[in-house]
Design a binder for this molecule. Structure first.
Ligand SMILES: *[C@@H]1O[C@H](CO)[C@@H](O)[C@H](O)[C@H]1NC(C)=O
Ligand SMILES: *[C@@H]1O[C@H](CO)[C@@H](O)[C@H](O)[C@H]1NC(C)=O
Length: 383
């Protein structure tokens, strides 16, 4: 039972309490079936049937979730370096950069790689964030499979940068990271999260809806929507300052939606990295500055993030920050906790040109360092 709870934390920063005992429909282990109720017997568990049909996705090699790396995993050196596009690969959970994100051949043994996360400090926070613009999430029929985070009162007189976000576990619940994303919006951003919300603003606790996974292509769809003026009633969007970010599985969706996307100016990778060795070459194609954030040695993503940090082009500005709290970060604390503070500073620095926010990363006695962050700015070439 302990390992089941840990895996739930890996999949999402929220805590799951009840698990079904068996799944006769898919024949999968019970924890997997609880996340993927659409999975069919003998079929790839990580693809939902609807997308499988509409995208003609190639079948993925592994559909048996496991906490233990199987003995028969292929040698990464033998995997062909086939190049792809987002369109070709949008049916993969995690997108092109994740490949088969959940393939136990590529994910390490997770039993010691998750850490504590926020645990008892998780709250449902409806405060509207700590920034100058109280914010909340909204839905809009013109973008039905997403959740919109915006200041409650439309901001006039300045354009708002855009953040498009992919949830941990590639979850299709746009309210899964509501504390964290509300906090960001309160600092003068419009945030579009994958998936409609599983609750209404101000009501309901944590949830784990499971079911259909999000797709990297949803991030692109959010940018399209904003570009066509979809968000006009929430404020004027600054399309020259667009960031794509995500956590865990969502982080590789963020990579996937950024690597060939000229509209994206900045990338945020939280608690993940390129896991599939066959996709690592794409790191060389990245053009946008990146902020990496992870949960210290107890977060299994450390090995991927630190490897990515080394393999991206030497000239690409990147910053890597680590706080020893585990894979779940502090996203479910009030205002997203210390990850919320660090993310706000990163986005204000890079998308709003806020010099004080930049100082938080480069001044070693700043509030971020006092919070316990270890920050590597050696790769940030644009001083
Ligand atoms: C929203 O998701 C549903 C279910 O996957 C799908 O049928 C519908 O086409 C999607 N709508 C849009 C606008 O993408
Ligand atoms: C660094 O931050 C500290 C604390 O905020 C501040 O007192 C100090 O002046 C800053 N140093 C520089 C060089 O900006």
């Amino acid at each position: 039972m302990r390992s089941t709870t840990l895996l739930a934390v890996w999949l999402s920063p929220v805590v799951v309490t009840a698990m079904p005992q068996a799944d006769p429909k898919s024949g999968m282990s019970s924890w997997a079936a609880s996340y993927f109720p659409n999975a069919r017997s003998g079929h790839n568990a990580w693809l939902d049937p609807q997308n499988d049909k509409t995208c003609s996705c190639p079948p993925l090699k592994s559909s048996t979730p496991s906490l233990i790396k199987p003995a028969n995993c292929p040698d990464p050196k033998t995997i062909p370096n086939a190049k792809g596009t987002l369109k070709d690969n949008e049916c993969l959970v995690g997108g092109i950069m994740g490949g088969d994100f959940f393939n136990p051949c590529y994910a390490p043994d997770l039993r010691n790689g998750l850490g504590p996360g926020s645990g008892g400090r998780s709250v449902s926070d409806w405060s509207g964030g700590s920034g100058p613009h109280k914010a909340q999430f909204f839905t809009d029929p013109s973008l039905p499979n997403h959740t919109i985070y915006a200041p409650k009162t439309p901001v006039t007189g300045k354009k708002l940068p855009l953040l498009v976000w992919a949830n941990g576990a590639c979850e299709s619940d746009g309210s899964a990271f509501s504390n964290f994303l509300t906090e960001i919006a309160s600092h003068g951003f419009i945030v579009l999260a994958n998936g409609k919300p599983s609750k209404v603003w101000g009501k309901g606790g944590f949830s784990m809806p499971g079911g259909e996974k999000s797709r990297a292509a949803q991030l692109t769809k959010s940018i399209d929507w904003a570009e066509k003026g979809g968000a006009a009633k929430f404020g004027e969007i600054d399309m020259s300052n667009v960031a794509v970010a995500g956590q865990s599985c969502g982080g590789v969706e963020a990579y996937s939606a950024s690597v060939y996307e000229p509209r994206v100016k900045l990338i945020g990778i939280f608690n993940t990295g390129v896991i599939d060795p066959a996709r690592r070459w794409m790191l060389k194609d990245i053009k946008q500055p990146i902020g990496y954030f992870y949960g210290g040695k107890v977060d299994f993503s450390e090995s991927f993030i630190t490897q990515d940090f080394r393999e991206i082009p030497a000239s690409l500005p990147a910053m890597m920050s680590s706080l020893p709290v585990g894979h779940g970060g502090t996203f479910s604390e009030a205002n997203g906790g210390k990850f919320g503070k660090a993310a706000v500073a990163f986005f204000k620095w890079n998308l709003q040109g806020d010099a004080a926010s930049k100082d938080l990363y480069f001044n070693k006695t700043s509030a971020l360092y006092k919070d316990g962050w270890t920050i590597d700015t050696a790769h940030w070439t644009q001083k």
